[in-house]
Design a protein around this ligand. Structure first.
Ligand code: ADP
Ligand code: ZN
Length: 743
């Protein structure tokens, strides 16, 4: 019989095993082993666990070590392995850096076990030389095969036991394993092909009177369903807030389940999960599971196995939910597609929207991007036919779009009115309160006063670790919003003895001023300081939703997807905050934010009113948001992107150089820039320049931006350049394809 070899990606924290290693498969395991199997292989002096990633082609393999054991033959669907390698290639990272995304989390203590991998008594005798305890433990392990670490710790004191176990591991006699419930019980019949019993949800689905879809919704569901029947494909579901997109998802999921395939629904942040999960549970009961990074590891692992086993067919979660081991996903929904949180800001620096399209393609699934304000890139794809554009143009239940007024704060100022609230906003707040209706006030900045400055000498208290000024908080402390450093505030300037002034406005100051103006009103505040945990935010959300407060003040947390029935007025205290960021997407973000915020007003029978305060009323972001005109904004924006050569017309990549010594970082950045300018043909090298925040937590940060017509050109140029350049030891290099936020 021919020799069989496999590539195994080791699951290990060791940096050097970030690419697959090749092993020989003994005859006895050849029938069992396949791509996605979890196996035990020798590594160094001991053993390690890994995932089979492929069968390398013809070559003369010599002296390969054998796979020891197949631990779980259908551990991961092969399509996930393919996705993993695609990601490592596309996002310029190593396969081993992507692997953790597709594995269930490591459960500490409880699920660690030790397995005997040594030989017979002869081998054990040598252990006498270590200690009598070693012989005892080895005999115990050899007899039982595998024992949980917990159980071992009950028999022997940990202090004596652990060194013995490590010694056995060193000698290749025992191996430490993460063990999971349902081991060796991959889905019946293996991948692909789900199992389970699916009652579809039709028009008369469980849970109360059925909603009758309007014609636009019906058309959307029909298009998605027919793509499910065929090859899959990508859709952009462009519908204003309240146009019934979620209902379209629900019906499309039902159609997916009827075809015995699963569905994955992504939302941009934790705070949006409960709402979506509730709607889906209502329709699909306990076939729905939640997946996100902040669940306890035990629960995440349990859900992971439920999904793999086909018990859970509908997954709701944040971007990491994209990597669940679902055997045969038919539908992937990316809700609020425009959200920047779909970009992962640590290695692997992937964009869940791109990965969703890729997974969809591998699984022949339908991918639906839903949003009221598509990212310019997504809309561009739709215009070119690479995504199918489906539009929902009307709000369901016929509620009218909100009336929007833009207040020119320069005019207010000129007419002698210098407060933070324009006269119109104050008037509207009072009358909403009089009618017993609710108000949302939005300001994208937390704290009390973002600028503290000495009026006499210009001194600004700054963070000593980060290149930013400190924000004054209402509790009398100054805080750094990058590293969390805090210190007490004093009114006296430490440099000249003058007095420090608190300038600008954060949500706490809005709260204080609103309390002063409307003493009777019940006020809640939702920002990073009050909603630290998902549970805290759920409480605030619930209180406001059931009418226990009149005014909700908040940052972007409240701008997304929230559906409050009683709100008829939304005030944007300062629309300009995000407009002047040094980022080519700043205008798009501002527009999206204003559109989302406006969508919170008057979602039901009562008409809504939106007041936008700005010093730049002529900016396209504000003009088109006020007209609720997505198309108009897109045309302006895409023209600017074409003219300035920004995505989607080019690909961007960013290289970050970071380190504790400024001089070293700067000279490395210049040297790397020179190398790339020479080696990377067809790639425009911009910079080096300090990052937007030039120092964070004591680390200096510089960057280079690469621009080229295609991904391949960047990749090739970068490979060539980095091959000729040696980074100094004190400087860290971060590579990012398709950056979406500033560093
Ligand atoms: P979106 O996701 O676009 O904001 P939703 O799907 O949440 O919109 O719909 C808004 C509200 O209208 C929800 O309460 C939903 O139950 C309801 N709804 C959706 N479609 C219909 C319909 N065809 N008829 C009546 N009500 C509907
Ligand atoms: Zn700091």
């Amino acid at each position: 019989m021919a020799k069989m070899v496999v590539d195994v990606l080791i699951n290990s924290a060791l940096q050097w095993v970030t690419r697959p290693l090749t092993y020989e498969v003994p005859l006895s395991l050849q029938a069992e082993i396949g791509v996605g199997a979890r196996v035990l292989v020798p590594l160094g002096k001991g053993n390690a666990e890994g995932i089979v990633t492929g069968f390398p082609g013809e070559a003369s393999w010599e002296n390969l070590k054998p796979v020891r054991e197949v631990l779980d033959k259908g551990f991961l669907p092969p399509s996930l392995i393919e996705l993993l390698f695609w990601m490592s290639e596309y996002y310029l990272c190593l396969p081993g850096e992507v692997l953790p995304l597709v594995l269930p989390p490591l459960v500490k203590g409880r699920r660690i076990s030790w397995r005997w991998t040594g030989g017979g008594e002869g081998e054990r005798e040598g252990l006498v030389l270590i200690s009598p305890l070693a012989v005892e433990v080895a005999a115990y392990l050899a007899r039982r095969g595998e024992v949980s670490e917990r159980q071992l710790r009950r028999r022997w004191p940990a202090g004596e036991l652990m060194p013995v176990l490590r010694e056995l591991e060193e000698r290749g006699l025992a191996v430490r394993l993460r063990s999971f419930p349902g081991r060796n019980q991959g889905p019946a019949g293996g991948f692909p092909g789900g199992v389970g019993d699916f009652a579809g949800v039709g028009d008369e689905g469980p849970g109360g009177p059925a909603i009758v879809l309007n014609p636009a919704q019906r058309a959307a569901v029909e298009l998605i369903t027919s793509a499910l029947e065929g090859e899959g494909g990508g859709f952009l579901l462009h519908g204003i807030t309240g146009s019934g997109k979620t209902e379209v998802y629900v019906r499309s999921i039902a159609a997916t389940l009827e075809r015995k395939r699963g569905a994955i629904v992504l939302v941009p942040e934790h705070s949006l999960i409960p709402q979506m999960a509730e709607r889906l549970r209502h329709a699909f009961g306990d076939r729905v599971v939640i997946v996100h990074g902040e669940l306890a590891p035990g629960e995440r692992t349990a859900n992971w196995f439920k999904i793999r086993g086909g018990e859970a067919m509908v997954v709701v979660g944040t971007r990491s939910a994209l990597f669940v081991p679902m055997a045969n996903p038919g539908l992937i929904v990316v809700d609020e597609e425009h959200a920047t949180t779909y970009k992962h800001e640590a290695t692997p620096r992937y964009d869940a929207r791109e990965v969703a399209l890729k997974r969809g393609q591998l699984e022949r699934a339908v991918v639906v991007f839903g949003t009221a304000t598509p990212s310019t890139e997504a809309y561009f794809l739709a215009r070119r036919g690479q995504l199918k554009l489906v539009e929902l143009k009307e709000r369901v239940a016929g509620s009218a779009p909100p009336r929007i007024s833009v207040i020119d704060m320069r005019e207010e100022f000129r007419s002698g009115h210098c407060g933070h609230f324009s006269r119109e906003l104050q008037r509207e707040i009072s009358s909403a309160l009089e009618r017993g209706e609710q108000v949302i006030l939005f300001l994208n900045r937390r704290g009390y006063a973002p600028h503290v400055v000495c009026r006499f000498c210009g001194y600004v208290p700054a963070c000593h670790q980060c290149a930013v000024g400190l924000t004054y908080h209402a509790d009398g402390r100054l805080r750094c919003h990058y590293c969390g450093l805090e210190r007490p505030w004093q009114k006296v300037c430490p440099r000249c003895g003058g007095s420090l002034a608190l300038l600008g406005m954060g949500t706490q100051r809005v709260e204080a001023e609103v309390r002063a103006c409307f003493p009777g009103a019940r006020i809640l505040r939702a920002d990073g300081d009050t909603t630290g945990s998902p549970r805290r935010w759920a409480e605030i959300y619930h209180q406001f939703a059931c009418g226990k407060a009149d005014i909700l003040i908040g940052t972007q947390t409240i701008a997304k997807g929230m559906d409050f029935e009683g709100v008829t007025l939304v005030g944007v205290v300062n629309a300009d905050l995000s407009l002047f960021f040094p980022d080519f997407r700043a205008r798009e973000r501002t527009f999206q934010l204003l559109m989302q915020v406006a969508g919170r007003a008057g979602r039901r029978a009562r008409p809504g009113k939106v007041v936008i305060q700005t010093f730049n009323p002529q900016d396209p972001a504000i003009v088109f948001a006020a007209r609720q005109d997505y198309g108009g904004f897109y045309r302006t924006e895409i023209a600017a992107r074409r003219f300035l050569r920004y995505p989607p017309f080019v690909k961007l990549a960013r290289l970050g150089l970071m380190g504790p010594y400024e001089g070293e970082v700067i000279s490395a950045a210049h040297a790397l820039a020179r190398v790339l300018q020479e080696e990377a043909t067809g790639v425009e090298v911009l910079g080096p320049a300090p990052a937007a925040i030039a120092r964070i937590k004591g680390e200096y940060r510089w960057q280079l931006t690469l621009k080229a017509p295609s991904w391949l050109q960047i990749k090739r140029g970068l490979d060539k350049g980095l091959a000729c350049y040696r980074m100094p030891a004190g400087v860290r290099l971060i590579k990012e394809m398709g950056p979406v936020t500033m560093w």
